[in-house]
Write a protein that binds this ligand. Structure first.
Ligand SMILES: [Zn+2]
Length: 311
């Protein structure tokens, strides 16, 4: 967080703090904040997960669509930035606070000249769509990703900038995409990175602590720090404040240290209950636990423990 972005960062931090403690009612227009990030890229906060908005002459690109209940105020917030058509939605992963608005954005009749495409890793579609047999035609569910990718990366070009999606295997889930806006120098990280909260490693959806750490390391490969008061890569987290490389380093180090502590205690043949009771996150709880927050210290330790035993 540096220079002219300080005020933006402060607004974002306030939003994150209030979202953690007492979430504003979904759909409350006043609760959606529009925060400039860098060049063509903005962040919307307060609708569930953070939404990345990239705007330009071709229209609007969104990374994630937050909660279904927030779709109307989110659209109003987007319209503060651009009157252009919504042309691309990228979903970072399957959770409803990130894909919930898809159906509302896909609902208007498609304009054949300016169609909407929805992109996600195939594991997101696999978890969202009901399985069909070979004889069935898959039902047309509004808002479901249409362009699923199954390669390690996918690139596209929109509004004059190169955009690269990276599949991060088995991190927060098994379908995570990190999105790099190469021209604007912004990375949209999804829930792999949630400053101010411990990561939710969703083992039931294919997440793992080793994949989480690998994904954070990969984000650090994509980011370049600023050596002056301006510039550098900005990172839009799944929840929480607009960040930079130093923030991701701090977060990665925290996950690695807690992972190592839990592994040491497993090696000493301690049970999960004994490990939790020894509070291996103690020195981090002040920064990463919010009252009523989604991932408590115990839940974070449990997810690491179960993930390490599975490998
Ligand atoms: Zn999530």
């Amino acid at each position: 967080m540096v220079g002219r972005h300080l005020s933006i960062a402060l607004v974002a931090a306030t939003t994150a703090a209030s979202a953690g403690a007492q979430r504003p009612p979904a759909g409350d227009r006043a609760a959606i904040e529009v925060l400039p990030v860098q060049k063509n890229v903005y962040m919307l906060a307060g609708a569930g997960g953070n939404i990345t908005v990239q705007i330009g002459s071709e229209g609007v690109l969104l990374v994630d669509t937050a909660l279904a209940a927030s779709a109307v105020p989110v659209m109003a917030a987007i319209r503060q930035l651009s009157k252009g058509p919504i042309r691309l939605i990228i979903n970072t992963h399957v959770h409803p606070d990130h894909v919930g608005g898809n159906a509302a954005f896909a609902a208007p009749p498609p304009d054949p000249l300016q169609p909407l495409d929805i992109i996600a890793h195939e594991n997101v579609l696999g978890r969202l769509a009901k399985p069909v047999t070979g004889k069935e035609t898959p039902p047309l569910i509004p808002g479901l990703p249409r362009s699923e990718y199954f390669t390690p990366t996918k690139d596209l070009h929109f509004n004059g900038e190169a955009i690269v999606l990276y599949h991060e295997s088995n991190a927060h889930t098994d379908g995570d995409s990190v999105v790099l806006f190469r021209g604007s120098d912004v990375v949209s990280a999804g829930d792999i990175f949630t400053p101010g909260s411990y990561p939710f490693i969703d083992l039931d959806s294919g997440g793992s602590v080793q994949g989480e750490i690998a994904a954070l390391n990969h984000i650090l490969e994509l980011t370049v720090p600023a050596h002056t008061q301006e510039g550098g890569t900005y990172v839009i987290p799944g929840h929480g404040r607009i960040s930079d490389e130093a923030d991701v380093v701090e977060y990665r180090d925290m996950v690695v240290i807690v992972r190592d502590r839990v592994q040491d205690l497993i090696d000493k043949r301690m049970t999960q209950e004994q490990i939790k009771a020894s509070r291996p996150t103690r020195d981090y709880d002040g920064e990463y636990v919010t009252p009523g927050g989604f991932v408590s210290a115990d839940r974070f330790v449990e997810s690491i423990y179960n993930s390490l035993l599975r490998k």
